[in-house]
Design a protein around this ligand. Structure first.
Ligand SMILES: Cc1cc2nc3c(=O)[nH]c(=O)nc-3n(C[C@H](O)[C@H](O)[C@H](O)COP(=O)(O)O)c2cc1C
Length: 329
C-alpha cells in the first residue's frame, strides 16, 4: 500500500514540533477509522491484562488525555496517557522540543506540562477506546522529593478507577532530582500499600508499573530489579530518554538540554532491558521502549526479553506504517 506519511512528514517538519504535534492530532480526530488499515490481532496476556497486540504508545504523546480515543484508530494494543501531575503546571519554556532528523532523534525538555490530574480524570471518563489504557503519573516540579510520595499517591488514587494500569514515572531527566526516586524504596512501599488497599476496597486490581531511565549503572539496575521483586511491582518500562549525547555528538543541536529519544537511544535502552531481564528472569514483565524505528528494532526488544513494546519518536519519523511493520513481522 502506498505510504503517504513521508510526504506529510516533510510538511509537518516545516512547523515547530509542538505545532506539528497539535496539527497531527487534530487531523487524526477528523479522519474516520476506515482511513487506517486494521492491524492483525495478536493477543497477549501480560500483568493479567489482555492486549490485542503488543504495541503501545508511550507516555508523553497524549499528556492530558485529550487524544487517546482518536489515537486508538491507529491500532495500538495499548496507550499510555500522561505524565499527569496532581496540580496543573506549564512545564519548561519553549522551544523545548528539537528534531535531529539526521539521527532520527528528538531532544525534549518539556518537564511535565500537565493540565492536572482532575482534568485528566474528566477525559478518562469519556473513554471509548477499547484497548488497554495506562495512565502515567508524576510529581509537580515544585514538590520536593521528601514529599514526592504525596504527589504520586494523590494521582494514583484519582486515576485508579479509570486506568487499566498505572505507570510511575521516576525517570524523566527534565524534573530536577526526579531520577533519585528510582532507588527510593519508601516510594515503592507507599504505592504498593495503596494499591493493596484500593484493590480491597474496589475489588479491582490495577497493575503498578515503574518507568526507568537508560542512564543507570549495572549496580543501580540490580538494585531496582531487587526492589521491584521485593515490592511485587507488576511491570517495568525500560526506558525513558537519555541525557547522554555520545551518539549524536556531531549534531548542531547536541548541546540542547533535555532527554534524547529515537534511534540513538536504541542500544543503551536495549542494554538496560537485557540486564533487567537477567535479574528478573521473567518474574516481572518488561515493556521495551527506546529507539524503536523499525520492525527489526521491535524484534530486538522482544529477543532481549520484552513482553510488550512502546513507541514514541519512531511514530514521528515513520508514521503509522511503523505499527504495521511491527505487527506483521
Ligand atoms: C516530546 C516527548 C515528550 C515526552 N514526554 C514524556 C512524559 O511526559 N512522560 C514519560 O514517561 N515519558 C515521556 N517521554 C519519553 C517517551 O515516553 C519514551 O520513553 C522515550 O521517548 C524513548 O522512546 P522513543 O525512542 O520511542 O521515543 C517523552 C518523549 C518525547 C520525545
Amino acid at each position: 500500500m502506498f505510504d503517504l506519511y513521508p510526504f506529510i512528514r516533510s510538511l509537518l517538519f516545516r512547523l515547530d514540533p509542538e505545532t506539528a504535534h497539535r496539527l497531527t492530532l487534530r487531523l487524526l480526530h477528523a479522519c474516520p477509522s476506515f482511513c487506517f488499515a486494521k492491524l492483525p490481532s495478536k493477543p497477549v496476556t501480560v500483568m493479567g491484562l489482555t492486549f490485542d497486540n503488543p504495541i503501545g504508545l508511550a507516555g508523553g504523546f497524549d499528556r492530558h488525555g485529550d487524544h487517546f480515543n482518536a489515537l486508538g484508530k491507529l491500532g495500538f494494543g495499548f496507550i499510555e496517557v500522561g505524565t499527569v501531575t496532581p496540580r496543573p503546571q506549564a512545564g519548561q519554556d519553549r522551544p523545548r522540543i528539537f528534531r535531529l532528523p539526521e539521527h532520527f532523534a528528538l531532544i525534549n525538555r518539556i518537564g511535565f506540562h500537565s493540565k492536572g490530574v482532575d482534568y485528566c480524570v474528566a477525559r478518562l471518563k469519556q473513554r471509548t477506546y477499547k484497548g488497554v489504557l495506562g495512565v502515567n503519573i508524576g510529581k509537580n516540579a515544585a514538590t520536593p522529593n521528601e514529599k514526592a510520595a504525596d504527589d504520586y499517591l494523590a494521582c494514583f488514587d484519582k486515576v485508579y478507577p479509570y486506568a487499566d494500569y498505572i505507570t510511575v514515572n521516576v525517570s524523566s531527566p527534565n524534573t530536577p532530582g526526579l531520577r533519585e526516586l528510582q532507588t527510593n524504596a519508601d516510594l515503592l512501599d507507599a504505592l504498593k500499600t495503596r494499591q493493596t488497599q484500593l484493590n480491597q476496597s474496589t475489588a479491582r486490581y490495577v497493575p503498578l508499573v515503574i518507568k526507568i531511565a537508560p542512564d543507570l549503572s549495572s549496580d543501580a539496575i540490580a538494585a531496582i530489579a531487587n526492589e521491584c521483586l521485593e515490592y511485587e511491582i507488576d511491570g517495568i518500562i525500560a526506558t525513558n530518554t537519555t541525557v547522554s549525547r555520545d551518539a549524536v555528538a556531531d549534531d548542531p543541536l547536541a548541546n540542547e538540554r533535555g532527554g534524547l529519544s529515537g534511534a540513538p537511544l536504541m542500544p543503551a535502552a536495549t542494554q538496560v532491558l537485557q540486564q533487567l531481564q537477567q535479574h528478573l528472569n521473567n518474574k516481572i514483565p518488561i515493556i521495551g521502549l527506546g529507539g524503536i524505528l523499525s520492525g527489526q528494532d521491535a524484534a530486538t526488544k522482544f529477543d532481549a526479553g520484552a513482553r510488550l513494546i512502546q513507541v514514541y519518536t519512531g511514530l514521528i519519523y515513520r508514521g503509522p506504517r511503523l505499527l504495521r511493520e511491527i505487527a506483521c513481522q
